[in-house]
Design a protein around this ligand. Structure first.
Ligand SMILES: *Cc1c(COP(=O)(O)O)cnc(C)c1O
Length: 464
């Protein structure tokens, strides 16, 4: 399968090249030239399969020309065997036709494990085949870092350096990163804030001379392989509730638009999906575009759902590319205008977006109210991101006869503040993590200085 850039200028690539490249050279994002199509009969024949076997069926067409079936199967099996629930992505019923899809049974208790656990293995496989070594550098405000480290820590052909702001992440978040003690894992606690960390990573990508010929790689959600891995659980949830012979709807707590975009792809590939609901917090640009064709950046605010505190959702471009008839020149022009000013979508294109998505924005106060209300109704404790999804699902649901599934993107233990604000007892760490506070930590505190950080990275990479 060939992959093309949303901006139409970068060369087409195969899966392996896209996996290691991240962003396209024209500033666009890679998407498959054509999506695999699954008939109802094919999807129905997957009913009852264990998660790993379903994942193989969904992912195989995207990678078949680069990865042997047996190797792909091994990597998928290893990935999902590391999850702490036999169903991998179990469904819980909140009420009549109201469900949550628990995506937090991976090693770091958030849905990013679904993609990053596989991504680390795929990258390692590709690097080994090519005899290459890659240096991963990333910045985290607390949450994504641990999933990236967990995903890469078993890889022999890459080193991972994650920068977090010193003393500005929660103790659970820090320990989830720093207690993974491996030769190729480096936690840098920077004497600065998150923006400083991000700037340092950006500057390092822009000029990689400090690495003496080695290459930097990215594991953020612009990486196509992450989106691909997330398509699978839309199929698994539908199949568990009577699909493909019955439609289902999804509500997705959204930040960078990666997760909901995977749901959109599942629908394009043949899964009968009625509604796709984009749920946002007060950083609501996506809701404003979808509901009112207002694509204007606001002031970024910090909310109780920090993993959705994003102003510019990079993966939205992938969807716009389809809506604009896959015209890379138009997307390039639109995104370049958007980098400078507010934009409106062409009215006919915007109509299409509205047909594809519903949306709703939820503030912090309502988030706490929903946590409290759902707990009172069902004794089920929602994390704040998931609570936003449940609220949006209830507000946007157009057909009560169709099951509405909210993606539960994190375990509530990761975000206790709104739970306590809602007047409930702070959740406990699951049994397999209960010793987190006793585990040994390893981290390096560094000055907020580019040369210092780059010197540290360069002197710790493993050359082969
Ligand atoms: C990353 C994240 C999201 C947002 O997902 P996107 O793919 O960026 O839209 C939502 N909830 C949690 C807990 C997350 O970690």
């Amino acid at each position: 399968m060939k992959y093309i850039s949303t901006r139409g200028q970068a060369p087409a690539m195969n899966f392996e090249e896209v996996l290691l490249a991240g962003l396209a050279s024209d500033g666009g994002l890679y998407v498959p030239e054509e999506l695999p199509q699954f008939s109802k009969e094919t999807i129905a024949s997957w009913s009852g399969l264990p998660y790993n076997e379903l994942a193989f069926n969904v992912i195989q067409p995207f990678v078949a020309d680069c990865i042997d079936d047996s190797e792909l199967k091994r990597m998928i099996d290893e990935t999902y065997a590391g999850f702490n629930h036999t169903a991998v992505a179990p469904l819980k019923e909140l009420g009549t036709n109201e469900w949550v899809l628990e995506l937090f049974h991976g090693p770091t208790l958030a849905f990013k494990d679904f993609a990053l656990q596989l991504l680390g293995r795929l990258m390692d496989y590709a690097l080994k085949k090519r005899g290459e070594h890659l240096v991963i550098m990333g910045a985290t405000s607390g949450d994504t870092g641990s999933a990236a480290i967990e995903g890469c820590c078993h890889s022999e052909h890459l080193d991972i350096f994650i920068l977090h702001p010193h003393n500005r992440v929660s103790e659970v978040q820090r320990r989830q990163m720093t207690t993974i003690i491996k030769d190729n894992v480096f936690n840098i606690a920077l004497e600065g804030n998150f923006d400083d960390c991000q700037q340092m990573v950006k500057d390092s990508f822009a000029n990689q001379d400090f690495l003496n010929g080695m290459k930097l790689g990215a594991v953020n959600s612009i990486n196509w392989a992450r989106i691909m891995s997330q398509i699978v659980y839309y199929f698994s949830a539908s199949l568990a509730l009577g699909g493909p012979h019955r439609e289902v709807s999804f509500s997705v707590p959204t930040g960078n638009f990666g997760d909901i975009f995977a749901g959109y792809l599942a629908k394009q590939m043949g899964l009968p999906v009625k509604q796709l609901v984009v749920a946002t917090n007060r950083n609501d640009i996506l809701h404003r575009v979808i509901s009112g064709n207002d694509m204007s950046k606001g002031e970024l605010v910090h909310t109780l759902s920090p993993s959705m505190d994003i102003m510019v959702s990079s993966n939205f471009e992938r969807m716009l590319f389809d809506v604009y008839g896959r015209d890379g020149a138009e997307i390039s022009e639109l995104m370049s205008r958007f980098s400078k000013e507010s934009v409106e979508l062409d009215p006919a294109r915007w109509e299409k977006v509205r047909e594809l998505f519903d949306s709703y924005a939820v503030d912090d106060e309502t988030t706490c109210d929903v946590i409290k209300q759902v707990y009172a109704e069902t004794e089920y404790l929602l994390d704040p991101h998931t609570a936003i999804g449940v609220k949006a699902a209830r507000e946007c649901n157009r057909d009560p006869a169709v099951p509405m599934i909210t993606l539960a993107t994190a375990h509530p233990v990761k975000f206790p503040e709104p739970v306590v604000k809602a007047g409930l007892e702070a959740p406990q760490l699951p049994a397999h993590m209960s010793d987190l506070f006793e585990r040994e930590e390893q981290l390096q505190v560094l000055d907020n200085d580019l040369a210092t950080v780059q010197k540290f990275v360069a002197s710790h990479v493993h050359t082969e």
